[in-house]
Ligand binder design. Structure first.
Ligand code: GLN
Ligand code: ZN
Length: 776
């Protein structure tokens, strides 16, 4: 049977290890507890286990070079020698020390006057990090400059290919394609287009491909996810150009171009015209793509069909997939098809079998990377006509049906409430101007009121107490007492230094999404469902499997306690529906917008309960609103519509005199300013200190009427800003907005900082606001 079976690929697998072994090894190495050699041995062990696991599960197109000690984009920068001068490495291949300096910064790095990293005295900072497309994985942004040259500076793809081969695995090495790589990069000179470096870069890729071919690689996977973006004509031409050259210069290796995370849309012709041997498409995000491809493709093109969702955790219906794919394979021809997940399995957790705490039915609905590989292998056999898998197909079908029809995921009362959502529920009683007037009289705040974004340092003591409580080592009462003491101390301190609007400090929260998910029905949590976020950092996204309900108030007691300690207003602190949605694995049986509105109703009830309890200011954080934007512009409006609606559902059920705040982390606002204005929060705080307030231009140009707290200090750095610096930033804000609109606050929450940093910084911030008041 296996001879007839279709090739099964994974495109890439989680590299952290089933129990986050990579995290442990990296952090031990950084702490000086293990040697470089030991780290490299551990990493090799993880790779070997990964290859063996895929092989035993029936994956036949096994990737290599999908592993990384930190990030695959950083690996590529190092491979081609795109190493900014501040980290300049004398050694070649680039040392691990340089690699981790680029990833994490250094206290000992060299400073050069010409570098773009001029933040005095701290050694070289890490390279910038940003989101990998619309995932929650973050990559290190490559840096390019005019006149840049490239040369092969790390042989990682070649070494890992050989390593696998020595273990008996013929692999398909994975490279980030040159066009996507250049497009992901940045330059200190905004007028400079990194894509113009393409011809410089090509020889390095040629060299890598030649070396791989020489050692026996017959296929190489080049990831070009830029194919799912809105591309300018130049980028399309670049794609055609580069693969034309690679195909001509290295004719003995076949290239599989991998597109993923969306439809090829208007890049379809480009994708089909690249003279390569194979093309991978994401048929989960773009189910209709296949028909267009079948109609237009070259007959010799090998299609890799991404049919199992690599971005979510649900089991597939293999029976349906078999029925859908049978005619497709007949059309494409058996020799021209591979099956695969929609994208690399990097974005899902490793193995459902490690979950011992999930309810059995929920567990039976899930597929993590191991289960997804198994699904692919079964599907391949089914498509080859192997009747032995009939039972597995039936089982997968019933698991999916069981989930979709389970009473656990549906609540009849909620359905009624959802249908009753109307415009009135999405609108405050009065427009902003009269509301602001009422609120001004109610609060009597000074000009440039000072506040913070919510969290105070999560010290080792706070974390230890939480861990001890989770393990049962301290009782509920002891834990509660500890948290109350922390909260009381934070409040007293805020009063002492003279902040105007206080917060309780969020000491009771493990994470801004998990904390709410744990108290809402419809969410489940894993023990080992880790997904890499960046470097050694992993997150365990909540699994939003069913209708969202709030069985009881979540934050009201904490707010009441905090407010009982002070006569100044304490802002209540909530996470918004869009952020909860965007940072979870979400059910796929109803539209995301509908799930979001369900969460919004739950948060709306919380907002109402807070108001009834006496809260006069309520902040609803939407840290992830901007990052949830679809990759294609044409889909923005639909997303923003339900995202903004959801925010309004939760924020509009209060009286005019209740002040609604929101907070957004670093975001570009220019292109979504209408949506921000439509949210109609009374006050929005945003991250602006590093942009020198330029992000406020969007608000000025729009004549944004509501109040804004532009961050005046960078909470990502341990540096303590002086009052004078913050005054300069506020002056820049005043050039753009009315004084009556402005609040003074840090860029974001302070949970990652130390009290030694937070105390002087906030004292300086209050001083800055006071000096401005005195002067105006
Ligand atoms: N209230 C949250 C905090 O202060 C907001 C964090 C965020 O938006 N990332 O930590
Ligand atoms: Zn933030």
């Amino acid at each position: 049977m296996s001879l007839l079976s279709l090739p099964v690929a994974t495109l890439g697998t989680p590299r952290i290890g089933p129990r986050r072994e990579l995290k442990r090894a990296l952090e031990s190495y950084w702490a000086g507890a293990i040697s470089e050699q030991r780290l490299l041995e551990d990493a090799a062990g993880l790779r070997a286990a990964n290859w063996a696991r895929q092989n035993s599960l029936g994956v036949t197109v096994i990737p290599s070079n999908d592993f990384s000690l930190y990030d695959q984009v950083l690996d590529t920068s190092v491979m081609v020698g795109a190493i900014p001068e501040v980290y300049a490495s004398e050694t070649e291949p680039v040392s691990l020390k340089t690699y981790f300096e680029m990833a994490r910064g250094s206290q000992w790095g060299r400073q050069t006057a010409s570098s773009s990293h001029g933040s005095g005295g701290y050694g070289a900072p890490a390279q910038e990090m940003t989101k990998w497309f619309d995932t929650n994985y973050h990559y290190m942004v490559p840096e390019f400059h005019r006149g840049q040259t490239f040369r092969l500076s790390s042989r990682k793809p070649i070494e890992e290919y050989e390593e696998a081969k020595a273990l008996g695995f013929q692999t398909r090495p994975v490279l980030i394609g040159p066009v996507t790589f250049l497009k992901l990069g940045k330059s200190a000179d905004p007028a400079f287009q990194p894509l113009s470096l393409l011809d410089e870069l090509i020889p390095v890729y040629v060299e890598v491909l030649q070396e791989l071919a020489k050692r026996g690689a017959s296929w190489v996977q080049c990831d070009e996810p830029c194919l799912v973006l809105d591309l300018e004509e130049g980028a399309r031409r670049s794609l055609l150009h580069v693969y034309d050259r690679l195909a001509r210069e290295v004719p003995d290796v076949k290239i599989m171009i991998a597109s993923y995370f969306g439809d090829l849309g208007d890049n379809l012709d480009t994708a089909l015209n690249m003279p390569v041997a194979g093309l991978h498409v994401d048929l989960v995000r773009a189910p209709n793509l296949l028909g267009r491809i079948i109609a237009a493709r070259r007959s010799d093109l090998v299609m890799s069909l991404g049919v199992i969702d690599g971005r979510n955790v649900w089991r597939s219906n293999l029976s349906t997939l078999r029925q859908q794919l049978d005619p497709v394979i007949a059309k494409l021809g058996r020799g021209h098809v591979q099956i695969a997940p929609s994208c690399s399995l990097l974005h899902v957790p490793v193995d459902v079998e490690l979950e011992t705490g999930l309810e059995p039915d929920l567990k039976s609905w899930l597929a993590f990377s191991v289960q997804k590989m198994r699904e692919l292998a079964i599907l391949a056999r089914a498509l080859a006509g192997d009747h032995d898998v009939a039972e597995s197909l039936a089982e997968s079908q019933s698991a999916v049906t069981f989930r979709r029809t389970s009473p656990k995921i549906r609540d009849a009362d909620l359905a009624v409430r959802m249908r009753a959502i109307d415009q009135a529920m999405c609108r405050r009683a009065s427009p902003f101007v009269p509301r602001a007037d009422i609120q001004r009289k109610r609060f009597g705040l000074p000009a440039f009121p000072t506040t913070t974004i919510g969290s105070f340092p999560q010290t080792p003591e706070v974390r230890n107490a939480r861990a001890a409580h989770a393990q049962g080592a301290i009782s509920d009462e002891q834990y509660d007492k500890f948290l109350k003491e922390e909260t009381a101390r934070a409040l007293r301190w805020q009063e002492d230094i003279g902040l105007d609007v206080l917060v309780h400090g969020e000491f009771e929260r493990n994470d801004m999404v998990q904390y709410f998910g744990e108290q809402l029905a419809g969410f489940a949590f894993t023990r080992n469902g880790w997904v890499q976020s960046y470097g050694s950092r992993c997150v365990r996204p909540p699994i939003l499997f069913g209708d969202v309900l709030r069985p009881k108030p979540i934050t009201v007691d904490w707010w009441l306690y905090a407010q009982s300690l002070t006569s100044k207003p304490v802002k209540a602190m909530l996470t918004g529906p869009v952020t909860i949605l965007n940072w979870s694995f979400v059910r796929d049986d109803i539209p995301r917008g509908e799930v979001c509105r369900q969460i919004a109703l739950a948060i709306r009830d919380e907002v109402r309960d807070l108001e009834i309890a006496g809260a006069s200011m309520i902040q609803i954080d939407e840290a992830a609103l901007r990052e949830g934007l679809p990759l294609r512009r044409s889909e923005w409006a639909a997303y923003l519509q339900w995202a903004v609606d959801s925010f309004r559902i939760c924020s509009s059920g209060v009286a005019d005199q209740t002040q609604i705040h929101t907070h957004m982390c670093y975001s570009e606002f220019n292109d979504i300013i209408d949506a921000i204005a439509a949210m109609d929060a009374d006050v929005i705080s945003i991250e602006t200190s590093r942009s020198k307030m330029e992000l406020l231009d969007a608000f000025r140009n729009y004549k944004y009427p509501n109040q804004i707290g532009p961050g005046v200090y960078d909470i990502h750095s341990p540096r303590i800003p002086e009052a004078s610096e913050m005054k300069e930033l506020i002056a820049l804000a005043r050039q753009r907005l009315q004084d009556s609109q402005l609040w003074v606050n840090p860029d974001c929450g302070l949970k990652t900082r130390k009290w030694e940093e937070v105390r002087p910084a906030l004292i300086n911030m209050v001083a800055a606001a006071r000096q401005l008041r005195a002067a105006s």
